[in-house]
Design a protein around this ligand. Structure first.
Ligand code: PGA
Ligand code: ZN
Length: 423
């Protein structure tokens, strides 16, 4: 049973406050976890509560959230069985009492939910990915490395699109996949340097240069980097995109202001993606349409869904209600999964399982504001997610997740499976 719960305010990778919680069991076992924070958030995400006190961190402090954990939440959970994650999470939801976790804060609930899972793993003397006890826990996720950052994650770059990712789909295992991508990232750095471009990085550790023709030039550069690293584009490494189209959707049109001030309808955006599929080895597009553009999403899935993975993020917000609608309407064929979009471990597991039952693929994801907590690495393996994205091959809060997966890969040894999900 749970003996005590504590929390504190720490800082995320943007230097913005977030919450870390610790759960201590009567046995003495304990676990801690920290919550990340997004920038290009979906409007239906569970509520990330902040103090709003302009005298501290421009209102972004989380002292109230910490107080909720130390007070109401601790009181409501002490004595409960930490090994029953579902019951703990149901209790957290009940304590909050709102549909979007606005009262106590999804950040408060998630910190405690994750810390409880950690404490339970210690109690069971199992690694977290096995203690969660959801799937077979032997499948390492295909990683997506966000090597060029644009959009809201790199406002000074020339890319409207938020993420240009490397997918080492030809690698024989996870550990080799990391090497393929790290070598390509290094080749990309040298390429940018030789062209006189900046190699400073954005929020997710990818380069954020000002390229002539922003979005398309980024894809071209990645292909060149793959070749320069000695790999075959489309065979050893491919490209995945997250345009995060909600961030440039205004008054019913897509406005690519950084790359030529063009305005596109949904259909024209899909035409653009279709052209790119012929020009570049793209295997996945996430949020190619805006969160409110459900018909655009469905149209895109009809036109391109046989050829590539269509991932929903801002439109589904890891919420079974929206994912179910997406399945019913053929809005995508995969879902991004972020624990803090929904606010408890158990609800996140439910979202993954709904996707899996429908034959949809899942991508476990970090947030652009991260901490050194590698929880999602264990989570991705625990639920047989198949894919994970955690940014680039720089910035230790990004590498913490990949490094944890390297450990898990080594620990599983021969038993580890690694599957190209796009075949
Ligand atoms: P965010 O970006 O964490 O800023 O929302 C990640 C994503 O859009 O996938
Ligand atoms: Zn996204």
């Amino acid at each position: 049973p749970i003996a005590a719960i504590d929390a504190m305010e720490i800082l995320d990778s943007r230097g913005v406050p977030t919450i870390k919680a610790r759960v201590v069991l009567q046995s003495g076992a304990s676990g801690a976890a920290a919550v990340p924070s997004g920038a290009s958030t979906g409007s239906e995400e569970a509520v990330e509560l902040r103090d709003g006190d302009p005298h501290r961190y421009f209102g972004k402090g989380v002292r109230k959230v910490v107080a909720h954990v130390q007070g109401e939440i601790a009181k409501g959970l002490v004595g409960r069985n930490a090994l029953d994650q579902q019951a703990i999470d149901a209790r957290l939801i009940e304590l909050d009492g709102t549909p979007n976790k606005a009262r106590l804060g999804a950040n408060a609930l998630l910190a405690v939910s994750m810390a409880t899972a950690r404490a339970a793993a210690v109690e069971r003397d199992l690694p977290l990915y096995r203690s969660l006890g959801v799937g077979k826990a032997d499948l390492l996720p295909m990683p997506m490395f966000n090597v060029l950052n644009g959009g809201l994650h790199a406002p000074s770059s020339s890319m409207d699109f938020q993420e240009f990712m490397l997918v080492p789909l030809g690698a024989p295992g996870f550990t080799e996949a990391v090497r393929y991508a790290a070598e390509t990232f290094d080749a990309l750095r040298k390429l940018l340097q030789s062209m006189g471009h900046s190699t400073s990085v954005g929020d997710e550790g990818g380069f954020a240069p000002r390229l002539g023709n922003g979005n398309a030039a980024a894809c071209e550069l990645i292909v060149r980097a793959i070749e320069r690293a000695g790999y075959r584009p489309g065979i050893d490494l491919a490209i995945a995109l997250d345009p995060a189209a909600t961030s440039f959707y205004q008054e019913g049109e897509y406005r690519l202001t950084r790359s030529g001030h063009q305005r596109y309808s949904s259909e024209q955006m899909i035409d653009l993606y279709a052209d790119w599929l012929s020009a570049y080895p793209i295997v996945s597009i996430e949020d190619g349409m805006a969160e409110d553009d459900w018909s655009g999403f469905a149209q895109m899935t009809r036109r391109l869904g046989e050829r590539i993975q269509i991932v929903g993020d801002d439109n589904f917000v890891t919420n079974v209600r929206f994912i179910q609608r997406g399945i019913d309407e053929g809005t995508a064929n995969a879902s991004l999964i972020k624990l803090n979009q929904i606010g408890t471990v158990s609800e996140t597991v439910e979202a993954v399982q709904l996707c899996q039952r429908a034959g949809w693929r899942t991508v476990i994801s970090h947030r652009s504001g991260e901490t050194e907590d590698p929880f999602i690495a264990d989570f991705a393996v625990a639920v047989d997610a198949g894919q994970m994205k955690s940014g680039s091959l720089s910035r230790s809060e990004r590498l913490a997740k990949y490094n944890r997966l390297l450990e898990i890969d080594a620990e599983l040894g021969e038993r580890a499976r690694f599957v190209n999900p796009y075949r």
